[in-house]
Design a protein around this ligand. Structure first.
Ligand SMILES: *[C@@H]1O[C@H](CO)[C@@H](O)[C@H](O)[C@H]1NC(C)=O
Length: 255
């Protein structure tokens, strides 16, 4: 395992910047490695020098030389660009510093994914226009990019959808919440679709709404109760008839 390479600045700006300075002057320099391609082919090394927030000199590895932005900066850029050693060393930073360190970082995080834990839940009742609210929450996933969408009977729903951004947990994992307002219709199937780098295909989670199930239970209860009542009436009637027949038999039977 290779060690991270540290930057080593050794070009010193003219000290005139600092001499006779009143309070409040602020000097800084920073270096950046900018890339977006996983193979690091588009890596750019930037070395910037700033005074009181204004850029003085910048080295950009794509440009390949120092560029000055102020009188002082132009003078220094000229001076540094004439130093083949310094120029060569600075140009090399895109490989020695940027690519080298990025390779180490990428090896540690690239292609590492954590699948979201997805939960569907009903939220407090919405307005009268859309009496039902369902929330699709994805927890503890990595990396950040994710897509959460809704299906109604297999068709994509875009209206009445509210979603948060991907919220950082602070431990490299993220969470996101998407809400759908809808009017419940019997037999309608609502599903939440989650697309993430950790999944091989979009994952579909069907919503099992609690409200219609509750109604159905009440109905079932009534059905059972009426069936019981009916059975009771039948049994009672049968008993009464058989009693009547028996008592009639008793009266007219031969004894
Ligand atoms: C570096 O230089 C290239 C080419 O001029 C330019 O496209 C790019 O924006 C520069 N990068 C920065 C951060 O200034």
């Amino acid at each position: 395992m290779s060690l991270p390479e540290l930057l080593n600045f050794h070009h010193i700006l003219m000290l005139s910047v600092f001499t006779g300075a009143a309070n409040g002057y602020y000097w800084y320099q920073w270096s950046q490695c900018i890339y977006s391609s996983p193979d690091l082919s588009d890596m750019v090394y930037i070395e910037g020098f700033y005074f009181n927030k204004y850029p003085i000199v910048q080295f950009n590895s794509t440009v390949g030389k120092f560029v000055g932005f102020t009188e002082l900066g132009v003078k220094n850029a000229e001076m540094w660009n004439k130093d083949p050693n310094l120029l060569q060393q600075t140009k090399a930073q895109v490989d020695v510093f940027c690519r080298h360190n990025a390779e180490i970082t990428e090896a540690a995080i690239y292609n590492k994914t954590v699948q979201p834990k997805v939960k569907l839940s009903s939220v407090m009742p919405g307005d009268s226009k859309h009496p039902a609210l369902v929330m699709c929450s994805a927890y503890d996933f990595y990396p950040q990019p994710i897509k959460v969408s809704w299906l109604k009977d297999g068709a994509v729903v875009t209206s009445d959808v509210t979603s948060t951004e991907e919220l950082p947990n602070g431990d490299w994992h993220y969470q996101i919440h998407s809400e759908l307002e809808y009017t419940p219709k019997s037999g309608e199937k609502i599903s939440c679709v989650v697309e993430h780098a950790s999944f091989e295909k979009p994952m579909i989670y069907d919503w099992d709404p609690p409200a219609p199930q509750f109604e159905w239970n009440i109905q079932l209860l009534f059905t059972i109760e009426s069936a019981g009542l009916l059975l009771g009436i039948i049994v009672a009637t049968a008993g009464f008839i058989s009693y009547k027949i028996k008592s009639t038999e008793k009266i007219i039977g031969p004894h």
